[in-house]
Design a protein around this ligand. Sequence first.
Ligand SMILES: Nc1ncnc2c1ncn2[C@@H]1O[C@H](COP(=O)(O)OP(=O)(O)OP(=O)(O)O)[C@@H](O)[C@H]1O
Ligand SMILES: [Mg+2]
Length: 152
Amino acid sequence: MIITIPQLDQLETAAQAFLKATHQASGVYAFYGDMGAGKTTFIKAICEAMGVEDVVNSPTFAIINEYSKPSGEPVYHFDFYRLKHSGEAFDLGCDDYFTSGYSCFIEWPEKIGPYLPSDCTRVDIRLLPDGGRSVEFNPTGLQPSGQAHFSE
Ligand SMILES: Nc1ncnc2c1ncn2[C@@H]1O[C@H](COP(=O)(O)OP(=O)(O)OP(=O)(O)O)[C@@H](O)[C@H]1O
Ligand SMILES: [Mg+2]
């Protein structure tokens, strides 16, 4: 499935469509895309569409950011760009987050190599020639290539 975000004022609608397609995005989502593609922007919009309020005023961005849904349930947002080696993900206890059952949104998943769960959903964000963005994912957990990827 591809959701197109022509410009920033369409972010909220796009985030709602993503949540609807992914059944409220519970589970682990790996966001791939070049620097500046719009990963952080879209993840924050998804969190806001989930009702998270602390996402907008988080002062600094750490490797692991924890937000709260109105229900009190946590949402985890990871940015692994600055990891020097994948083992740091293990040291940070990432597996506990990934297996928690709570929503996990990951930027730069390629940096954690073997520590990325094999059953996560891949999301590809791309800059379009007109400045908009496309968000490609398979809501059933199948990879865009069509290769089965869910172990359920
Ligand atoms: N859908 C969009 N439409 C227009 N501009 C966008 C959109 N998404 C993001 N941008 C703009 O692109 C810039 C980079 O976005 P963002 O920081 O989300 O990218 P990123 O993929 O997280 O980059 P990085 O790999 O550095 O973390 C920001 O200035 C943002 O406003
Ligand atoms: Mg980012």
